[in-house]
Design a protein. Structure first.
Length: 92
């Protein structure tokens, strides 16, 4: 009887450890997605700043906002995890 209880407790520990590893993995993936969104926004910020520094001289008189992708516009309007475009690469 004691062996059964101990086996159940060990199995419980194994399940808890598995859940912790799963959450840690999800945290890392979410962190990567947020970093991707931040990189996208920093790149767009640099483009806007460059436009200002160039005296507003832009290609075909289009500002960065007018040439911005719909996904980047969505991210700027709604800066949330759901607005960050999903990538298939595993960059860190």
């Amino acid at each position: 009887m004691q062996d059964t209880i101990e086996l159940n407790l060990l199995r419980d520990l194994y399940d808890i450890d598995g859940a912790i590893r799963s959450l840690e993995s999800q945290l890392q993936n979410t962190s990567k997605e947020y970093k991707q969104g931040i990189r996208m926004l920093l790149k767009e910020r640099a483009a806007v700043e460059a436009s200002i520094c160039d005296g507003n001289e832009t290609i075909d008189k289009l500002t960065p906002k007018e040439t911005r992708s719909p996904s980047l516009t969505k991210l700027i309007d709604d800066p949330s995890l759901e607005s960050i475009p999903q990538t298939t690469n595993n960059e860190g």
